[in-house]
Write a protein that binds this ligand. Structure first.
Ligand code: UD1
Length: 416
């Protein structure tokens, strides 16, 4: 299995280009199920989760064509409605077929995702939303079976904010009869990006990006050409890397407006940040200062940046309190950081991080996607060499990670 070796101590300098957002690409690629005909998507990142998505679409009868960052999909031949356990197990976001299949075919069978490394992550709110639109849901043999005639518009309030839940119900509602109002909807930029693509396919969605989304159902949608928005978490990860190494990096092809909370925390921690049109320049100080973090749904501080920030705080001056309010059990990276010399104490959903002057390189194990990114950042500032195992987690969500870091001056290499 691949491992990544990082020799710490280099300041990162130079320019890095951001890829398309994984979490925007996934729902948008699944939305191709809603229309017959050939759609094209540009700036699709080359990632394992994208491979899994295209694999699942192909098993449903979608014609898939891929050339670099461009993907062509044609769901004219859609003839199956099942997302099997093997695929959902690899990627939870496979549940995003539920809404589109139900809307277009009147039926769907999707394996329940089960537990994952960062907590229970149920899909009950996805299912309640589908039921509100008139679907009949049954759970049997570890699968969700959903059936409906034409879905009917409805008013539905999410009990808590769910990103893929909002996307799933939105994709079901676009072909429903009549008006749907979704309240307490997720406001993440990826939801707004999906809605924009759906509208260009002929949907009538209003308010996406706010907590109330209104959908006037239409009878059918048509294919589309679309470009995936920049990855705000990849952007945040490079910002963090530049800041913690005391380097100076220009981040291009990003969307600074999607990073308000992250930029604010980095500035408070002592980084110098200049925001341009689709670009951010960041310079790190000799040593960062501690800041407190509480993860929140967008526009709050993203849970997907929590682990990376903890790596920064573990070498910052002072004490930082980090609260994780979105996922239970999303502190698995703490034990690995501790093995590298970090001083972190966990109590419930809060981690107290006392900054140390130096981390020391060690063999460590990646446990999920963002935890792996945290270990890369820790490795960049640690003495000697850090050896990261299970890097397949990184390949799920970071395109060309080593190449991008190496181009900024990091000593990083992958060994197969
Ligand atoms: C998405 C992102 C993920 C990010 C997360 C939170 C994708 C593909 N993934 O995941 O990177 O970390 O948003 O920003 O976009 N919940 C329920 N019932 C449900 C659904 C969710 O209780 O039916 C809970 C979850 O357990 C969690 C919280 O709601 O505690 C938020 O989860 P959610 O926003 O749904 O995360 P994902 O959409 O899975």
């Amino acid at each position: 299995m691949d491992r990544i070796f990082i020799r710490g101590g280099n300041r990162l300098c130079g320019t890095v280009h951001i890829s398309g957002a994984k979490n925007a690409a996934l729902p948008i690629l699944f939305s191709s199920l809603l229309a017959a005909g050939a759609s094209r998507y540009r700036r699709v990142p080359r990632l394992r989760d994208i491979d899994s998505t295209l694999g699942l679409l192909a098993t449903l009868g979608v014609a898939v064509e891929r050339r670099g960052a461009e993907v062509g999909l044609d769901a004219s031949g859609l003839n199956r409605w099942e997302a099997p356990y093997d695929l959902v197990r690899k990627m939870r976001a496979s549940v995003l077929v539920l809404g589109p299949l139900l809307a277009r075919m009147g039926r769907a069978r999707v394996s329940l995702p089960g537990g994952c490394a960062i907590g229970a992550r149920p899909i009950d709110l996805h299912l309640k939303g589908m039921e509100a639109l008139g679907a009949e849901i049954r759970l049997e043999h570890g699968y969700v079976t959903a059936r409906a005639g034409r879905l009917r518009g409805a008013e539905f309030t999410f009990d808590r904010v769910t990103v893929t839940g909002t996307e799933n119900v939105l994709m079901a509602a676009v072909l429903a009869e009549g008006r749907t109002v979704l309240r307490n909807a997720a406001r993440e930029p990826e939801v707004a990006a999906l809605a924009e693509v759906l509208n260009r396919m002929g949907a009538r969605i209003d308010g996406a990006g706010s907590s109330e989304i209104t959908v006037e159902g239409v009878a059918e949608l048509h294919p589309v050409e679309a470009e995936i928005i920049p990855d705000r978490i990849e952007t945040g990860t490079f910002l963090a890397a530049a800041a913690v190494t005391g380097g100076r990096v220009e981040i291009r092809d990003c969307e600074p407006r999607h990073l308000g909370a992250v930029l604010d925390k980095l500035r408070r921690a002592g980084a110098e940040i200049t925001v341009g049109e689709r670009a951010i320049t960041v310079s790190g100080p000799e040593r960062l200062k501690s800041v407190d973090i509480q993860t929140q749904p967008y526009p709050g501080f993203p849970t997907d940046m929590q682990a990376q920030f903890m790596a920064l705080m573990s070498v910052a001056e002072g004490v930082s309190v980090i609260s994780e309010t979105i996922f239970e059990n999303r502190f698995i990276h703490v034990s690995e950081l501790s093995r590298m010399g970090a001083d972190i104490v966990i109590s419930g959903d809060t981690a107290t991080v006392r900054g140390v002057r130096r981390l020391s390189g060690a063999p460590v194990m990646a446990s999920d996607l963002r935890a792996s990114a945290c270990l890369v950042l820790a490795g960049l500032v640690a003495e000697n060499t850090t050896e990261i195992h299970r890097v397949y987690h990184l390949d799920r969500g970071y395109e060309a990670l080593e190449a991008k870091f190496a181009a900024l001056g990091a000593e990083i290499r992958r060994v197969g």
